[in-house]
Design a protein around this ligand. Sequence first.
Ligand SMILES: Cc1cc2nc3c(=O)[nH]c(=O)nc-3n(C[C@H](O)[C@H](O)[C@H](O)COP(=O)(O)OP(=O)(O)OC[C@H]3O[C@@H](n4cnc5c(N)ncnc54)[C@H](O)[C@@H]3O)c2cc1C
Length: 415
Amino acid sequence: MTASTMEDVESFRLRARAWLAENMPKIDPDYVPPPPGDDDEEWVKARELQKKLYAGGFAGICFPTEYGGLGLTPPHQEAFTEESLPYQMPLALNVPTFSICAPTIMDMGSEEQKRDRIGAAIRGDEILVQFLSEPSGGSDLAGLITRAERDGDTWVITGAKTWSTSAYAADWALCLARTDWDAPKHRGLTMFLMPTTASGITMNRIRQVNGSTEFCEEFFDNVVLPASAVVGEVNNGWAVASRQLFYERTAVGGGSPYVSGRGDRIATTPRSNPIEIARATGRTGDPAVREKVGGFLTTQKVQEQLVERVTRAIQGGQLPPPAASFMRLFHAEADWERDDVSVQIAGAMGTTGAAAAPGMGGVVGVNYLMRQGSSLGGGSTEMSRNIISERVLGMPREFAADRDVPFSQVKRARN
Ligand SMILES: Cc1cc2nc3c(=O)[nH]c(=O)nc-3n(C[C@H](O)[C@H](O)[C@H](O)COP(=O)(O)OP(=O)(O)OC[C@H]3O[C@@H](n4cnc5c(N)ncnc54)[C@H](O)[C@@H]3O)c2cc1C
């Protein structure tokens, strides 16, 4: 599609508006959601909604036409998202399926992988997740110890992964494993596309502090994958993982052009809103509260503009891809401010969910407990700062005793 044959954004917006009104169910404002991950029906619903988008010709707006998308631009996607806000959307598929896994496959996968996996996701047939972090630690991703050994035309995987968001609902995972133990840690890795139901996988769900069981852990006991499961090149999995981490930081920071609709769930635990809390507690006239709310609103504005500016600069080549860590870092900072300010204003009512504070219903306290997640998911806040200092600002690299050392000779807690 060329710029001259592409539908202009305004006409696309009008067509989307009419189609959404006709076809998508409206959001029910009275619906109180269960904690994420406890409602498996949500995934059935997300697939149904995605199928509707696909049938209506509004799925995969920024993905290329040859892989089932519409081949349109980020402004087309933004126009569709703005129009979609009053409607139920398959938001659960945005992260990681559309914003992280599908673009990684698009950049690094074989033609067959792109056609099959991206196409199936856009049609609403398949969900993709990430098998990266391991029980031995997620920050040092290149130090992972899940093993893939070649056996004739196949690969045999043994090891364990953890913190895999919504893996229980997924069909395929991008799984990073070590294929050469004699190479330095970054050079002996390979990325695989693994069916989540393959024989030899044991998957458990992990209960979080808010009661949700959205996280999973997986144990691989001789999982056999075909040679065609390799994404990119054997022993060059770090290049694939780096691309994936770039998309993850962009997605977590809020800059992905591949997400349709806003938010991450059809109905999610409501975010704490300091303004509503100030109203509910009768503290809108308190100067200290006004200052805190003002600070929070300013941070939100800065975040919006930072995301736009950094996204544009990365697309235009003025900033390198690791600059996505700015968005990732600021996202965590802004989330923490929201939850801290909310608790400070709510006081004891934030934890009791007193009826005197409508809309707060215990959510403030639970969100405060969960705020640690935003400084870990998509790589930790400390790692984001390391990336910015070393790979954007060009500061000296952190000392690493295992740099350029064959991985088999690196001292580790266990093999
Ligand atoms: C909401 C959420 C969703 C997630 N989804 C997924 C998923 O779908 N798939 C997946 O594979 N993983 C997922 N994760 C895991 C996530 O990637 C890891 O939690 C993260 O990379 C940190 O790894 P870790 O928890 O093992 O902490 P560790 O790596 O053990 O780190 C512990 C602490 O030490 C600090 N630290 C470690 N190394 C350094 C260093 N060199 N310099 C300074 N500080 C350091 C870290 O910042 C952290 O505070 C998710 C996590 C969250 C919270």
